[in-house]
Structures are given as C-alpha cells and as structure tokens.
Ligand binder design. Structure first.
Ligand code: SF4
Length: 48
C-alpha cells in the first residue's frame, strides 16, 4: 500500500494535493518546504 503524502506545494510531483513521488519519504511531520524532492512546476496552465 502506497504511502500517501499530502502536499500542497507547487511541485511537479504534486497532484490533487497528494505527492506522487513514490519514493518520497519523510522522517517526521510534513516538512514540505524542506522536501528534498521538491521541483517547482513549470508555470503553464496548472492554475486558472
Ligand atoms: S516531492 Fe515533496 S514537495 Fe513535491 S509533491 Fe512530493 S512531498 Fe510535495
């Protein structure tokens, strides 16, 4: 069963509020700003 990580960062791995990066793991809490996997989404048409 996959680990669900809630995330609201503007990250390429984030989709519908959930992290889709399978191997992303946290040791504690939700250090979204400190996520080592964070990659900013290209500013396309993701936001209306
Ligand atoms: S990789 Fe990190 S910043 Fe990106 S969606 Fe997952 S938890 Fe959020």
């Amino acid at each position: 069963m996959p680990l669900i990580i809630n995330c609201s960062e503007n990250c390429i791995y984030q989709e519908e509020g959930v992290c889709n990066l399978k191997h992303a793991t946290y040791s504690s809490g939700t250090p979204l700003k400190d996520c080592p996997y964070f990659k900013e989404k290209p500013k396309d048409k993701n936001r209306s």
